[in-house]
Design a protein around this ligand. Structure first.
Ligand code: ATP
Ligand code: MG
Length: 359
């Protein structure tokens, strides 16, 4: 069993604190992704779990064991880094088997385990090559092979795909997903690519400045971000944000903005409060003029084939709208749009916190 538990984990470098008391429980076999902007502490968190970085405060348990003061090799975790860290003078087979050799396993056992990993990762043809004779994606698979032969309790990945081109990233993403389905090893996967996090993980943890802002299933974060930061971080293209103001009325509350107004039966914000209105590109629909919530000026059409992104302006404010490809041919310069109230997000302008309302 390898559940991981972080209990008020802190990290300080001298007087500077970079991780501010993180609490998180990761279940046995769970795949968790850490996402967040550069410098938010993703690698630091992972390195503390691996034992490569000292923990300044709090308790870290893996399985049922407190591991704060246990060295990396006593934690039974395997880490895969962004730069792969392969040994250039060793063959693929030697690289994969190196950790086992260091543990003193018998050559026959090592050969068997290396062959199994090579089969899983489709590296069988490449076992005699050296890293310099491999492509980026192949090197990445060797690095994963080295991690899986050890059959660790936990896999830790730090942006393992960020050096690969876009097509290969998507392929490797699928490989990693298959691998997890096969091995069911508890995994923490660091990335700043929210699409990677959403597609791979059972649960996504969003970090900002050394704190967890929200964690949950990918679709829960997408559908109910608890603040503007998460709303804009999750989803691609990014959520559109309009500035508005709450006005109480006898029919409930109205959120007024430059170019329109939305009336809601109930809104948990005082009259006059400044509000951010969040609408995802895929939730804005072209419609007849008399049904529109607002009308935008179309600036640029980006035809993706499957659908089209319309970059538009609403009184000088840029908005992205995702429209079906067949509709893009009929799109004029003025585009009336509506949205379903169930896809509306409202945030308090001052704090960024999600506001509750009845749709
Ligand atoms: N050895 C160190 N001494 C002082 N500060 C450090 C040290 N290592 C990291 N930091 C700081 O800790 C914070 C978190 O860094 P970390 O590398 O964990 O970020 P990250 O989320 O992995 O970013 P990226 O997406 O760029 O990899 C940063 O502000 C960084 O400057
Ligand atoms: Mg990092």
């Amino acid at each position: 069993m390898a559940q991981i538990s972080l209990d008020k984990i802190f990290k300080r470098y001298g007087a500077v604190q970079t991780i501010h008391g993180v609490d998180l429980d990761i279940g046995d076999g769970e795949f968790v992704a850490f996402v967040g902007p550069s410098g938010c502490g993703k690698s630091t968190m992972l390195r503390m779990i691996a034992g490569l970085e000292e923990i300044s405060g709090g308790r870290l348990t893996i399985g049922d064991k407190l591991v704060n003061d246990i060295e990396p090799k006593g934690r039974d975790v395997a880490m895969v880094f962004q730069d792969y860290a392969l040994y250039p003078h060793m063959t693929v087979a030697q690289n994969i088997g190196f950790g086992l050799k260091m543990r003193g396993e018998a050559p026959a056992t090592i050969a068997e385990k290396v062959a199994e990993a090579a089969r899983i990762l489709q590296l069988e043809e490449l076992l005699d090559r050296r890293p310099g004779q491999l492509s980026g994606g192949q090197r990445q698979r060797v690095a994963m092979g080295r991690a899986i032969v050890r059959k660790p309790k936990v896999f830790l990945f730090d942006e393992p795909l960020s050096n690969l081109d876009a097509k290969l990233r998507v392929e490797m993403r699928t490989q990693i997903k298959r691998l997890h389905r096969m091995l069911r090893t508890t995994t923490i996967y660091v990335t700043h690519d929210q699409v990677e996090a959403m597609t791979l993980a059972d649960r996504v943890v969003v970090l900002r400045k050394g704190e967890i802002i929200q964690h949950g299933k990918p679709l829960d974060l997408y559908e109910r971000p608890n603040c503007r930061f998460v709303a804009e971080f999750i989803g691609s293209p990014q959520m559109n944000i309009l500035s508005g103001r709450a006005v109480s009325s006898d029919r409930g509350a109205t959120v007024e903005f430059d170019g329109g107004a939305i009336t809601l039966p109930r809104l948990d914000a005082p009259s006059g409060a400044a509000i951010e209105i969040g609408l995802r590109p895929e939730h804005l629909q072209p419609c007849p003029k008399d049904q529109a919530d607002f009308i935008v000026d179309v600036d640029v059409l980006e035809e993706l084939g499957s659908d089209t992104l319309a970059i538009c302006f609403l009184n000088g404010r840029e908005l992205t709208v995702r429209i079906p490809a067949e509709e893009s041919r009929n799109t004029g310069t003025r585009l009336p749009l509506r949205f379903d109230r169930k896809h509306l997000h409202l945030f308090d302008s001052a704090s960024g916190a999600r506001l509750d309302f009845a749709a």
